[in-house]
Design a protein around this ligand. Structure first.
Ligand code: KG4
Ligand code: ZN
Length: 350
């Protein structure tokens, strides 16, 4: 539902969010990890501009994200992506209803760059500021260019999180399960490193897995209570397997290991979400987060359509970190609490 926010200078009340009487043009910034992004989104579903400056090449040298380096790169890129955003959308800051940015969870130094840019714009142009939770934003990516409406069940799989969430209404969510150790993306990246693939590993593992035999090696599915997950045992099993294969064969059959790992992860995620969908009687499933770009996970969940389910996954460019999802979230799930001008960034889930 829409909320009322104050403008920073003249203290005017502005209605923002789903159900507003006026069109909402949100300029959104995302800088929680290694992407500096700016987007302009109309009424939560229509993307007028989407700019992403990726730092992947820089971090590849180190095999992972280096927080201090990431913050510095955000500083260099932020003004450029904002300028490009306004050029793409062919609007000026005066046309914007509100300025949004991710406030967490993420890397503190990185988040601060985007948050301060959005606040500065809000103060300069006397428009409300909207603070956004990165995980909600990933889910809201599914509203872009679709007619998705709650209730639905969401599987959020990213570099830092793995959760099953019931979205009863735009602002009424319940986490019913999550990982007790590694996140799905983290497991992908660690296994990819064992196979000698570059960062970010998930993307590269997904590329070679289709050439392998997914039944080549049987990997363990951890038994965890309820709708929770655990992936650290799987990572260790792959480590032991690769050591053994290297010893026996002199090299690792990368494609077969990648395919077997992907099969195990997909089955683990699918079985729990499927069971939860039956228990909670929800037949609309929504994938979210960077790992939602995975070809096998998408294929497996989209098969549910044959059973009468409605299945959604964001377009590829809206799966991994981007600002369009932040703009969609500012419209569908704005929070008064996160939108205070003195809000502080946070690194972990609240
Ligand atoms: O959502 P995201 O961009 O950042 C976080 O919020 O964490 O997710 C990044 C994660 C990385 O672990 C990356 O390896 C993984 O998403 N990822 C993939 C694929 N594309 C990105 N994992 C598996 N298959 C993919 N196609
Ligand atoms: Zn993310």
């Amino acid at each position: 539902m829409s909320i009322e926010l104050k403008t920073p200078i003249s203290d005017k009340t502005i209605e923002v969010g789903y159900g507003s009487r006026c069109d909402n043009i949100i300029m959104a910034i995302e800088s929680s990890c290694d992407e500096t992004a700016c987007a302009i989104v109309k009424n939560g579903r229509e993307v007028l501009a989407n700019v992403v400056a990726s730092q992947i090449k820089t971090h590849q040298e180190f095999g992972g994200v280096v927080p201090e380096v990431a913050a510095r790169e955000h500083l260099e890129a932020i003004n450029l992506v904002i300028k490009e955003g306004f050029e793409q959308a062919k609007i000026t800051p005066n046309d914007v209803t509100a300025f949004a940015s991710t406030v967490g969870p993420g890397l503190v130094g990185s988040l601060l760059v985007g948050l301060n840019a959005a606040k500065t714009l809000a103060i300069t142009y006397d428009k409300p500021f909207i603070g956004i939770n990165h995980l909600s934003a990933h889910i809201c990516a599914n509203y872009i260019n679709t007619d998705l409406t709650p209730p639905f069940m969401s599987l959020l799989v990213s570099g830092g999180h793995t959760q099953i969430i019931i979205v009863r209404d735009y602002n009424d969510v319940e986490i019913i399960g999550e990982t007790v150790d590694d996140a799905t993306g983290e497991a992908y990246d660690k296994v990819a490193r064992l196979l000698g693939l570059p960062y970010p590993g998930g993307v590269f593992l997904d590329k070679i897995a289709p050439n392998g035999n997914k039944n080549a090696y049987k990997l363990p599915i951890a038994k965890v209570d309820g709708y929770n997950f655990s992936f650290s045992g799987l990572k260790t099993a792959v480590l032991n397997l690769t050591k053994k294969l290297e010893k026996e064969l002199g090299e690792i059959p990368k494609e077969d290991v990648a395919a077997s790992f992907q099969e195990c992860i997909t089955k683990t995620l699918f079985d729990k979400v499927y069971k939860a969908s039956k228990e909670y009687n929800i037949n609309q499933i929504v994938l979210a987060g960077g790992v939602a770009a995975n070809s096998e996970i998408r294929r497996k969940f989209f098969e549910l359509k044959e059973q009468g389910y409605k299945v959604f996954a964001p377009e590829m460019r809206y799966c991994t970190d981007n600002a369009a999802m932040v703009g969609a979230c500012a419209y569908f799930s704005p929070s008064k609490e996160l939108s205070k001008l003195d809000i502080e960034v946070f690194s972990r889930c609240k």
